[in-house]
Design a protein around this ligand. Structure first.
Ligand code: ADP
Ligand code: MG
Length: 716
């Protein structure tokens, strides 16, 4: 048992959580390197190198207590050994005894044991006993030869099973961790006081660490897991809470007050009543903007749910308070769409507004920039890039960022470096509640769930090859009735630099020749063979701009009945008469994508149909299609997406400055997450610099865990 490591009798006092594992006995530079690859650098990391599974070996019993057909672990003296090489298979046999009886142990093909099991040694044996020739016998049990120094040898059969690497086995890792556990008393401090632990129903931190590695029983293991998950979630939420607190207090924003007069003046601009959800979001935004702490709010809602109207309300509130507003979109097309829809609402208004495009150059541009600088323009619309570059505002009160399908935390940060306007981020990507609390946990969130009235339902069906012609018949009928259809063709090639949440694929990525070919093939097939009597047109991203616009205009006017397109076509299409969408190769799309594509239909009052063409045996693809046919709720879909793909794939934690979760899972441990979040936010409010003695342990853990990732250096 050369891999059982004994804690050095001298010098263990010097070991702290930040001691590199290299200095632990039995590690050294070579193993330290292996550990490094496993993400373990310090003793603290080692303690959090949690087992991936656990084994409970029975307590060692006396040989006299053994019963046939039961698992048992015994410790005994090797009284005799025998190797019968002539038997088929060869057999190694030992007779083992203690003060209550003897037992025969048999290993088939055990020739190699001749060098390991010697007469007069103590061995520990674990396996199932049976009666053979009137005597108790164990066949092929697990065993370990003991040396004098080992107390509690059965520890080596039970306990954690660690994620191993080729160069470091689970058992070796265990041999290095176990001795450290004897020093938890000095190494590890408690985070929470007695009453808090009681209230949360958690065990102490030292017990949790001891039991996660070497659980006495399943119940204690469960308690250990719960405690350590809580700590992980709590530290994350505390980090987020502090980041948010300090961001809010670092700079002041102009408070934008609201009066009944302003409110009704703004509402008069909209030719409809706002929905309850829109009103609720506006109430939250208005409250934020009335304060001097900068708003940092995310506005979520499907495409067409009415976010732009809410954002415009906020912009007009800023303007009413004599400040400027900037509205930024990810692409120039979307920026000009925002501008155009704004123009509809602001006709004849005094509000001075401008759209900045890349085509605006020279004197014209200089003049506009000067106006902005002098405060002679109230609302500026443009792309993120344009607005970040060289534009100076006189008094910027509000920044609206339409992220559409992407979500770039860093862009936000940059924009807010030296000014502190209120900030509203719009996204059509439904962010599940779990992610809203974690990856985006330092934002406040407003949600529009219900769409404006007058939207028809969307029925979704999964169509396989044999039902295809029936589907075409159905579509033909609808086209005859004057409706229009989209046919979307999948990506053929994988996309480089894909957005981790998979949602940028619709709007953000470039298509390839292969994608266009697929669309072209579909178009030929439909226009020549399936629907020769209708106008079928093709649209893809690499067509000349004018041609694209012509096709879109014709489709909008109803001159084109069916539109075949690749997925990269901009999504800002709004044709209420298009009530059919066929998605070819639907199994190749992610859930977020499918949902966004489907958002293009169901815009008019009549019922719409989304037909998912797919032939697949892939279980993941099937479960995605299944979700799509069951619900149109973007949030349910996002939750399911997270479930199917796992949070790791949905977003990269590192990208958002969060450490990876080692034991907690934000989906399965949602209830703990909510508890931890509430607790953490209480701590932030009562002790925002974590200066109080009772928060010292948490503070140290936080700094060592997050380092600078959360911008906490200032409080260290
Ligand atoms: P989003 O920005 O979320 O995609 P928009 O704000 O652009 O949505 O609204 C989509 C469409 O719905 C627009 O044509 C808008 O005029 C209309 N709309 C928005 N709010 C309402 C409402 N409360 N009642 C009726 N129509 C609305
Ligand atoms: Mg919009």
């Amino acid at each position: 048992m050369q891999d059982v490591i004994h804690w050095p009798a001298q010098g263990s006092e010097g070991v702290t959580l930040s001691t590199p594992v290299q200095y632990l006995k039995g590690v050294g530079p070579a193993r330290a390197e292996v550990f490094e690859k496993l993400g373990v650098r310090t003793v603290a990391d080692l303690l959090e190198y949690f087992p991936r599974d656990w084994v409970f070996a029975p307590e060692a019993i006396k040989i006299g207590q053994m019963k046939p057909e039961e698992e048992a672990t015994i410790i005994g003296l090797v009284e005799s050994i025998d190797f019968r090489a002539y038997r088929r298979p060869p057999v190694f046999e030992a007779i083992v005894s203690d003060d209550t009886g003897t037992c025969r142990i048999v290993w088939f093909n055990g020739g190699h044991l001749r060098n390991q099991i010697n007469l007069g040694r103590f061995i520990l044996v674990s396996g199932k006993a049976a009666i053979y020739k009137h005597q108790l016998q164990m066949t092929n049990p697990k065993f370990m030869v003991l040396d004098e120094r080992q107390t509690e040898p059965q520890k080596h059969f039970s306990g954690g099973v660690y994620p191993a690497s080729g160069k470091l086995s689970s058992r070796q890792i265990k041999g290095i961790i176990l001795p450290v556990l004897d020093h938890l008393e000095t190494l590890v401090g408690e985070f929470y006081d007695e009453s808090r632990l009681k209230e949360l129903g958690l065990i102490g931190r030292r017990d949790a660490l001891a039991w996660i590695h070497m659980p006495p029983d399943q119940e204690k293991l469960n308690q250990a897991k719960r405690r350590l998950k809580y700590d992980e979630l709590f530290l994350m939420q505390l980090g987020l809470g502090l980041r948010r607190y300090h961001a809010q207090h670092a700079a002041k924003a102009p408070p934008c007050g609201m009066t009944d007069e302003i409110d009704s003046r703004i509402r008069r601009r909209f030719p409809f009543l706002l929905t309850d959800d829109q009103n609720a979001c506006i109430a939250e935004i208005t409250e934020d903007m009335g304060r001097t702490t900068p708003m940092n709010r995310l506005l979520q809602g499907d495409v067409g749910s009415g976010k732009t109207v809410v954002a415009l309300y906020a912009a007009l509130l800023a303007v009413a308070n004599k400040t400027q507003a900037a509205i930024m979109a990810p692409t120039e097309i979307l920026a000009s769409q925002h501008f155009l829809s704004m123009e509809r609402y602001l006709k004849d208004s005094q509000v001075r507004r401008v759209l900045i495009t890349g085509g605006m150059t020279g004197k014209k541009r200089d003049a506009v920039l000067a106006q902005i600088r002098l405060g002679e323009i109230d609302i500026v619309v443009g792309t993120v890039a344009l607005l970040q570059k060289d534009i100076e505002f006189r008094n910027l009160g509000l920044v609206v960022i339409d992220e559409q399908h992407k979500f770039g935390v860093h862009q936000r940060a940059e924009m807010r470096k030296d000014s502190a306007p209120h900030c509203l981020v719009m996204t059509a990507t439904p962010i599940p509640r779990t992610l809203a609390m974690t990856a985006f946990g330092d934002l406040d969130v407003s949600v529009i769930k219900q769409c404006p009235p007058g939207r028809g339902t969307v029925v979704t069906r999964w169509v396989d090859r044999k039902d295809r012609s029936k589907a075409y018949d159905f579509i033909r009928e609808r086209l005859r009735a004057g409706k229009q259809a989209y046919f979307v063709c999948p990506r053929i090639t994988a996309i480089e630099g894909d957005c981790p949440d998979g949602s940028s694929r619709v709007a953000g990525s470039r298509e390839t020749g292969k994608d266009i070919k697929a669309a072209t093939d579909t178009w030929k097939e439909l226009s020549e063979r399936v629907f020769p009597e209708f106008q079928v047109a093709l649209l893809h991203g690499q067509m000349p701009s004018l041609e694209k616009q012509q096709v879109m205009a014709d489709f909008r006017k109803g001159r084109i009945h069916a539109l075949v397109s690749t997925v990269v076509i901009e999504v800002g299409v709004d044709v209420p008469n298009a009530t059919i969408m066929v998605i070819e190769g639907a199994d190749r799309f992610g859930l977020a994508q499918l949902h966004q594509l489907r958002g293009r239909i169901g815009r008019g009052e009549s019922k719409s149909y989304c037909l998912l063409f797919a032939d697949t045996d892939n279980e993941v693809a099937k479960s995605r299609l299944d979700v799509m046919t069951r619900t149109t709720d973007g949030f349910v879909i996002a939750e399911q997406d997270l479930r199917i793909r796992g949070p790791g794939e949905m977003f990269s934690a590192r990208q958002h400055g969060l450490p990876d979760m080692k034991i907690a899972n934000i989906i399965d441990d949602y209830e703990l997450l909510v508890m931890a979040r509430r607790h953490a936010f209480q701590v932030v409010l009562s002790d925002p610099t974590l200066a109080r003695p009772e928060n010292r342990g948490v503070r140290g853990a936080l700094i060592s865990k997050f380092g600078n990732a959360l911008g906490l250096a200032g409080i260290a």
